[in-house]
Design a protein around this ligand. Structure first.
Ligand code: SF4
Length: 649
């Protein structure tokens, strides 16, 4: 039987297990990336493991999420990250140089390689044939130290593209169509592999818009085969020698198939406040728009902004609409500036911004209350823009530019009819990506060779080996669908403490109960109780690390979100599944005791545990692989990895 492209790359990197759906496999990682809000903990953990040097082919540290310097805390973090990159042998991208995914694709992403990144949009270079996965920071730390990355083998789905995009329809509309059909849960446990005759009509940057936003489907990753388009892009970024041809076998077998005819697509838009609330632009046309932002890791490339510049050239944006262009990388800014496009856009009324995540996470350009903001980003969750009553729509750069000109939502085809002389700009790549590399410091050019820790840089808390007796109070009882944002919010005032766990922990679950952190510290041990889908959302490891710091030893939930469940193991917290009846019978403040010898039960593979609550006994289930049990028993992944290294050494 033939192989899918996913299987070929995985087999090339397989160090443990078999490529069977649902089986745990260990794969070798070639490249890692981290950004500033997850990177500090990655390097502190790297230091705590006693590792000397990065072992992957490429490790890259980007500063993109928090580039505005409010006070010493961000600059402390950035200086620490530069020093860690220098000391351990990673590339360092300075604040303002661009968003991790954009800078990575321009400089490092390569076909056939594996990439692990502590950011959920790490799958972006799947458009270049790289198998790229987002994970928790500690997983990235361990991979950077040379150990395999473990994952349950996902299903591989064939997304067959047919036809060619008509005028005014774009790559963004392809992924919006996928979201319209599959919803934000449609890709969970799956790798989406794009195939079919439609693939060759899409340039590599267009493919990367699609793979970037595969994350919104919940997919493990998305990947395209490589061909002339891939080679062409790599040549233009000056890395033509890294091209490798990669195709699935003709008789490859997939777990499922989805067919998208590109020629049927039209301009689409995701309505507030979920990326899968997708409708044709014409269905919501006519609403006035106060703000338009073009940028982010999804549509912040040179090729995304050029069509906007062409549409705005010689025209003026609406008086009612504030229009912002925030390129994804400084290279894109520099090229657009050298070619005169920045001046054209400014003359048309555009406010040109630094290359940063910024507005995507509510840092800068917060919309006015209850107003419509059109963005080319990938997420529009309620409140993400910086205010709770936001109305953020997601669309292509062309739809955004049309709204900037008209002052209201309009299908660009209709605007073209109105104006008479507006042509579809199409997609155009530069002959050569020429931006200077001043802000990307290679391991050979390192500025520092020792770690520099300012007062905002804390230590990594470590947990002891799992104990035999676990008992304590049900410190908090929560409903279904508690997100990592509930557990550790990502707002600007809190984000700056990501490298300072004692301080950050004060905000743990404050959105649910602002007395929780204090009570947990006082209790020195205890449980969290939750309904279904506990820990959904991002890969944020602080959502497990901070509860661990506060002394939480177990979480009893009806079900767990996949990445958060892994993070609980990684930080030595026992995740036990309970049924609805048990959930109903536990009240906040109840005393809970795990009757079994927990250490023995975990290490011997026992699945059912007896939990005593107010004298009554219930069954709770630990569903875990042998490796996950070993991590839990060691007190978390950091301790486990250290033990492994000592054992091997
Ligand atoms: Fe994440 Fe937005 Fe930055 Fe992309 S631009 S990496 S989605 S914060």
């Amino acid at each position: 039987m033939g192989q899918t492209l996913t299987e070929k790359i995985l087999e090339d990197h397989l160090v443990e297990g078999e490529l069977e759906t649902g089986e745990e496999i260990g794969i070798e990682i070639d490249q890692v990336l981290t950004q500033d809000t997850t990177g500090t903990m990655v390097w502190l953990q790297f230091e705590a493991m006693g590792l000397d040097e990065v072992q992957t082919e490429i490790a890259a540290q980007y500063c993109d999420h928090q580039t505005y310097q409010f006070d010493f805390k961000n600059t402390d973090d950035h200086r620490f990250l530069r020093s860690a990159a220098g000391k351990y042998g990673a590339h360092f991208s300075r604040p303002g140089n661009g968003i991790c995914h954009n800078v990575h694709r321009e400089n490092f992403a390569a076909p056939g390689k594996t990439l692990l990144g502590s950011d959920s949009h790490t799958p972006t270079p799947g458009g270049l044939g790289e198998l790229a996965i987002g994970a928790g920071g500690i997983d990235v730390t361990v991979a950077m130290g040379g150990a395999p990355y473990y994952i349950e083998m996902p299903e591989v789905v064939n997304v067959r593209l047919e036809g060619e995009l008509p005028e005014w329809a774009t790559a963004k509309d392809v992924i919006l169509e996928m979201l319209r059909r599959l919803s934000v849960k449609g890709g969970v446990g799956k790798i989406l592999e794009y195939t079919g005759p439609g693939v060759e009509s899409l340039t590599a940057p267009e493919r990367m818009t699609i793979t970037n936003m595969g994350t919104e489907l919940g997919a493990t990753t998305s990947i395209f085969p490589t061909d002339e388009q891939t080679e062409d892009y790599l040549e233009r970024v000056g890395r033509g020698d890294e091209y490798v041809e990669l195709q699935p076998d003709d008789d490859a077998e997939y777990d499922d198939e989805i067919v998208v005819d590109l020629s049927d697509l039209e301009p689409l838009i995701a309505q507030p406040s979920m990326p899968d609330k997708v409708v044709p632009v014409r269905e919501v046309a006519g609403q006035s728009v106060e703000q338009v932002i073009v940028g982010s890791c999804t549509n912040g490339g040179y090729e995304d902004i050029l069509p906007v510049a062409k549409m705005l050239e010689g025209r003026e944006t609406s008086m009612e609409t504030e229009t912002i262009v925030a390129p994804g990388s400084k290279q894109a800014s520099e090229m657009l500036a050298r070619e005169g496009w920045v001046a054209e856009m400014m003359a048309a009324g555009v406010n040109f911004s630094e290359a940063t995540c910024g507005a995507c996470i509510g840092i800068g350009h917060v919309p006015s209350s209850d107003s419509v903001s059109l963005r080319t980003f990938n997420r529009n969750f309620e409140g993400r823009s910086g205010i709770e009553d936001d109305n953020v729509y997601l669309c292509s750069p062309e739809v955004a530019a049309a709204a900037a000109l008209k002052g209201e939502i309009i299908d660009p085809r209709d605007l073209a009819d109105d104006l008479g002389d507006l042509e579809a700009p199409g997609i155009e790549l530069p002959d050569e990506y020429t931006g200077s590399k001043t802000d990307l410091i290679g391991p050979d050019e390192a500025v520092d060779d020792e770690l520099i820790k300012g007062p905002n840089i804390g230590d990594v808390p470590l947990k002891d080996q799992l104990g035999s007796d676990i008992e304590g109070e049900a410190l908090l009882k929560m409903e279904d669908n508690i997100t990592t944002d509930h557990i550790i919010p990502a707002t600007q005032d809190i984000l700056m403490y990501r490298s300072n766990v004692p301080k950050l922990s004060e905000f743990t679950l404050s959105r649910v109960d602002d007395t929780f952190a204090e009570r947990a510290l006082e209790a020195d041990g205890g449980f969290l109780v939750a309904g279904e889908n506990y820990g959904q959302g991002s890969s944020r490891e602080h959502a497990a690390l901070c509860p661990m710091y506060l002394g939480i030893e177990g979480v009893l939930a009806q079900s767990f979100a996949r990445i958060h469940r892994a993070n609980l193991f990684n930080f030595g917290i026992v995740p036990l599944t309970i049924d609805e009846d048990t959930y109903e019978n536990i009240d906040q403040g109840d005393e809970i005791e795990i009757v079994d010898d927990v250490y023995d039960a975990v290490t011997s593979g026992q699945e059912e545990f007896t939990v005593r609550v107010n004298g009554d006994e219930y069954t709770a289930v630990l569903d875990a692989s042998e490796r996950e049990r070993a991590i839990l028993a060691a007190g978390g992944k950091l301790s486990w990895t250290k033990d492994q290294a000592e054992g091997a050494g």
